[in-house]
Design a protein around this ligand. Sequence first.
Ligand code: NAP
Length: 255
Amino acid sequence: MNHRLPDGSDPGTLLITGAGRGIGAATALAAARLGRDIVLNYARDEQSARAVAESIRAIGRKATIIQADVGRGEDIRRMFDTIEHEIGPLHGLINNAGITGPIGPFTDTAQATIEHVFQVNVLGAMQCAREALSNFRRHGTQGVIINVSSIAARTGSPGEYVHYAASKAALDAFTLGLAKEVAAEGIRVCGLAPGSTLTDIHAAAGEPARPARIAPGIPLGRLAQPAEIAEAIAWLASPAASYVTGTTLVCAGGL
Ligand code: NAP
């Protein structure tokens, strides 16, 4: 398939944070199928990130893996320095890495958990966005930033993770404001709010059986597969969505 843009150029390289597993890994594969080269960021699970990179190369696109904890500013700086030296221009950033902390009522949630969730989901995403904008401007690319939000920003997630919902609402406001700020440069900023999706995130939150518990409350009657969310993110990041900016698309099975 010819993935060149109408002007003959390549659609370019996307950095996806948290791309070793779950929605990030599925997005890497979906975007590679649309002709993108991928920089895969992961925090701890190098083996999974390597496996995703192999699958991308099998599609015929380039894949690079970079370890960095996006909850740590120095890791983010090192990641973007590596990109600058080894890759050069970026054409997009998918701020996908996100955590919930343990499931439970807000009053039982430790202050350290709240701070860590905001550090990764909000401050990390903001710093990655600043670094990506610097890269776009340095190389003259009209890049795109996609912030992976959550339906939680609209439901508030009572009894489960109110702090997480609040972090995603902050990300949505960031998407809106930053999009307007950089639109005149031809840079797009969008959000994608998944509904509950079949990934490891529920087990990591302490309730592996959460999908079965919540499925009946979803109009489509089931959770999303990661690939169903990934297709929407890959489209938003593609030139096919060239007039979409400043909005967060909800992909949540009818919620
Ligand atoms: P997941 O299956 O738990 O995978 C998380 C990924 O993020 C892993 O690749 C992990 O890397 C990486 N990661 C975690 N903390 C990181 C950090 N500090 N720095 C860099 N990478 C980090 O998660 P998911 O369900 O795919 O979620 C992806 C995004 O979708 C998140 O922003 C989440 O909030 C959002 N979302 C998910 C759901 C859902 O139901 N799954 C619903 C709405 C929104 P390692 O493998 O190296 O640990």
